[in-house]
Design a protein around this ligand. Structure first.
Ligand SMILES: C[S@@+](CC[C@H](N)C(=O)[O-])C[C@H]1O[C@@H](n2cnc3c(N)ncnc32)[C@H](O)[C@@H]1O
Ligand code: SF4
Ligand code: SF4
Ligand code: SF4
Length: 403
């Protein structure tokens, strides 16, 4: 049994499932597990007092769109009153200079994250809906001008891959943010609802190539705990080890999840969940079940914490895989939505499947076979095994950072 922290370091709060947007890929709007009614503010205030007593250090306020709640600042006041710090995620629509100033005045706001998927309305709005670009861009500028730590999340998909260099230029050079983060559309909750939204293997490879190039151009300024850049670093590390005939210490088991030992999530209906990526796994309800009791004694949570002991070699789909001793088995959330079982390796992060799918399309990401897509690409070859400035330590970070 691994050592469990006495309390979660951080709690992710989905304080509403309402939103003034309808992004095509949004897991909130797609997930059968999420209720469409909000809890009264008092329930959140009581829970935040409980978090304070339990000495939780920070919360992440998300949704839905947190600014849909008229009582948002009452909830934020409870965070502050309980000596916690917070991060808040937003689509930016309701961010004004006054709102930015109020957030800043709390002196406890670690960051505000705005979602932006394109450098121009056409690209951003292809998934996030007409009229969503200008407010998001304005919010980023407003928050940054107010001196708040402002981050941006770019969700990568087929329509914005070629715009990524423009997005990087806009955010890092024109606006001057220190960094931004990337992920990609993944199946949270019910996979069938994402049909047609995922990138093909060739598009994924291209996204990796574009992001790896940008990462070299802007060292340390593009972050990723999931999506093409995180996968590129992970796959690169695995392929590099394979070519050298090495293994990666600590791998070869389901060690891909880092959050279960540090974080807990609460859905909009008050249900505790192990992680925002596992909303369908209900561990109890705030108000009814004590935070620390759920954290320490939930059977389902403790079972998830044990997945790190499950060897990949025990899964039929992994047998004979050349990456067996280098692989982490990836995200439990996508495993649950793809396979109905959180305690299996996730196909979405499987390098062998990715490589085999590329091969069927006449493409390759292999160090020894830089052909196909790579050779037809104007930017030259893409060789996952040869250093693009990465080292083994970079890839390993995902285990700690989670999604
Ligand atoms: C659910 S939103 C909540 C906060 C706020 N409404 C916003 O859009 O930023 C948080 C982040 O999740 C991302 N997201 C939503 N659905 C996703 C999915 N299926 N796969 C990956 N990211 C997703 C959004 O792009 C956004 O950056
Ligand atoms: S703005 Fe956020 S919560 Fe709303 S639909 Fe888009 S991703 Fe989902
Ligand atoms: S088959 Fe996929 S998930 Fe299994 S060890 Fe190989 S790369 Fe990892
Ligand atoms: S890897 Fe996925 S399921 Fe695991 S903790 Fe991170 S986001 Fe959650």
């Amino acid at each position: 049994m691994t050592e469990v922290m006495k309390r979660p370091r951080s709690v992710d709060l989905e304080i509403t499932s309402r939103c003034d947007a309808r992004c095509r890929y949004c897991y909130c709007m797609n997930n059968e597990g999420v209720a469409y009614h909000d809890l009264p503010a008092q329930r959140w205030l009581d829970f935040l007092d409980e978090c304070g007593r339990a000495k939780v250090m920070r919360v992440c306020i998300a949704g839905g769109e947190p600014f849909m709640r008229d009582d948002l600042f009452e909830i934020i006041d409870a965070v502050v009153r309980n000596h916690m710090r917070f991060q808040i995620l937003t689509n930016g629509r309701k961010v004004t200079p006054e709102v930015a100033q109020r957030l800043k005045d709390t002196r406890r706001c670690d960051s505000v994250q705005v979602s932006l998927d394109g450098s121009a309305a056409e690209v951003h709005e292809s998934m996030r809906g007409v009229g969503s670009f200008e407010p998001a861009l304005r919010a980023i500028k407003t928050l940054h001008a107010a001196g708040l730590p402002t981050t941006v999340r770019v969700t990568v998909h087929a329509q914005n891959i070629e715009d990524l260099p423009n997005i990087a230029r806009l955010l890092l050079e024109e606006i001057g943010l220190p960094s931004f983060s990337t992920n990609s559309i993944s199946s949270l909750g019910t996979k069938a609802k994402y049909a047609g939204l995922f990138m093909t293997a060739a598009q994924r490879l291209r996204a990796m190539q574009v992001l790896a190039t940008l990462d070299a151009q802007y060292p340390g300024r593009i972050q990723a705990t999931a999506g093409p850049l995180a996968e590129f670093k992970m796959f690169h590390e695995m392929e590099f080890a394979r070519l050298r005939g090495e293994t990666i210490p600590g791998r070869g088991r389901l060690v891909g999840c880092g959050c279960f030992h540090e974080r807990l999530a609460v859905r909009a209906d008050g249900a505790y969940a192990p992680c925002v990526m596992l909303p369908q796994m209900i561990l109890g309800y705030i108000g009814q079940d004590a935070l620390l009791d759920v954290w320490r004694n939930s059977d389902a949570l403790n079972a998830l914490r044990q997945r790190i002991y499950l060897p990949l070699a025990s899964f039929a789909e992994c047998r004979g895989c050349e990456y067996l001793e280098m692989c982490t088995g990836n995200c439990a959330g996508t495993a649950l939505s793809d396979l109905g079982d959180a305690n299996r390796p996730s196909p979405e992060g499987c390098l062998r499947q990715f490589r085999d799918t590329l091969h069927t399309e006449g493409l390759s990401c292999h160090g020894t076979e830089t052909t196909g897509y790579a050779s037809t690409n104007a930017q030259g070859g893409f060789d996952m095994s040869r250093g693009m400035g990465y080292n083994a330590a970079d890839g390993a970070k995902r285990e700690e950072a989670g999604r």
